[in-house]
Write a protein that binds this ligand. Structure first.
Ligand code: NAI
Ligand code: MG
Length: 347
């Protein structure tokens, strides 16, 4: 397995070091290619990554990434120069985000146990509200105009919606469609039509159409009633931060950016950003990063390694040590070391 390690900025390198440690402890023969792209690269070269970056990535089986974003770099430049560019140019069209409250991790909702929070979000990852289509005029004249257009293509919607139906039929047979086809005139009515069309291929799956604002409230009030959710790029982005909070915080959440059948490497990353407020202190929670590594193994066909890693991670969450964002006092490295120890203790 040839894997690109892209630690990125802020806490990215801190949590990636632990993910790598855990993967190396599994002794699966992963060959790493380290790439120093991100804000430091920008400071030196004026771009977030080199011109041949996408070709470099294509030559590998998977990409494991930390996060990007730095107070010194304009945020849209950082994201469009790296993570959004990779998603678009490799056409990683589906972002899968499992949200499960692990035992031992304090959730924010009173009276909710781990089994109440167990969902998967299937987020459109290549277009929608983040298509990058639009423009600005009259800059600097005090009457500027900014236009940002959402793009919903039949191909883009169909493929992600079909993927979500497949996921729902493999789980509980219910798919929540996060939509806004009451206020949206064009995009979401079209999205809903495609949900209905693709749904005809999955007679065993019930569609639960929810306006995204009401769904946001439902995630808080009754998370146990939600299993698989399909959402557009923006809605999926926002809903999964709510879901991350339900899991105990941003540091807990993992994600996979995939192009099923596309013949390109998939990208795995924790949901959180570079967390400049805690970067450099060795206190970031590495669980989301290690969980992302487990998602990577599963996707690379190393199912046994993936199960072992998740089992070790769940053992550590249950028994500690835990970082302070989830009620503990441990450092990032102490949690990573405990995962390695839990792997070694497996029968
Ligand atoms: P953030 O996720 O970096 O931080 C939000 C809050 O969660 C902060 O209080 C932070 O301390 C906490 N947090 C995040 N990760 C944590 C971890 N592993 N352990 C413990 N606490 C953690 O989001 P924010 O502050 O909105 O963005 C910071 C930068 O990251 C920005 O430049 C943003 O554009 C970028 N970003 C990059 C992403 C990516 O690379 N995929 C995703 C989200 C944001
Ligand atoms: Mg986000």
């Amino acid at each position: 397995m040839n894997v690109v390690l892209l630690p990125g900025d802020g806490v990215g390198p801190e949590v990636m070091a632990e993910a790598r440690k855990a993967l190396d402890a599994l002794e699966l023969g992963i060959a790493w290619t380290d790439v120093p792209w991100g804000s430091a690269w920008w400071a030196e070269h004026g771009t977030m990554m080199p011109a041949d970056a996408i070709d470099v990535l294509r030559g590998h089986d998977a990409i494991l990434m930390g996060a990007v974003g730095d107070p010194a770099v304009p945020d849209d430049e950082a994201l469009w120069g790296l993570i959004l560019k990779i998603r678009q140019e490799l056409d990683l069209w589906v972002n899968v985000r499992p949200a499960r409250l692990l035992e031992g991790i304090p959730g924010p909702l009173a009276g909710r146990a781990p089994h109440d929070v167990d969902m998967v979000f299937v987020r459109e990852n290549s277009e929608g509200e983040y298509a990058g289509v639009g423009g600005r005029v009259h800059r600097g004249f005090g009457h500027d105009v900014a236009i940002e257009s959402s793009v919903f293509t039949r191909r883009g919607c169909e493929r992600v919606i079909r993927y979500a139906f497949g996921m729902a039929s493999a789980r509980k047979g219910v798919l929540v469609n996060a939509t806004k086809s009451n206020a949206s005139r064009f995009g979401f009515p079209f999205w809903d039509e495609i949900v209905a069309e693709v749904g005809a291929e999955f007679p065993g799956v019930v569609v639960d159409r929810m306006l995204v604002d009401a769904l946001s409230a439902r995630l808080i009030r009754d998370p146990g009633s939600v299993d698989v959710v399909v959402a557009s790029n923006l809605f999926g982005d926002i809903l999964t931060d709510i879901a991350a909070a339900l899991q105990g915080g941003m540091g807990m959440a993992a994600s996979a950016n995939l192009s099923p059948g596309g013949g390109v490497p998939a990208l795995f990353e924790p949901v959180h950003g570079s967390a400049p407020d805690i970067a450099g202190r060795g206190i970031a929670n590495p669980v989301g990063a290690i969980w992302s590594a487990a998602l990577m193994l599963e996707q690379l066909g190393a199912g046994e390694g993936s199960r072992r890693l998740m089992d070790a991670l769940e053992t550590v969450c249950r028994r500690g040590p835990r970082t302070r964002d989830v009620g503990g006092t441990a450092t990032t490295a102490e949690v990573g070391d405990a995962v390695v120890a839990a792997l070694a203790a497996q029968p």
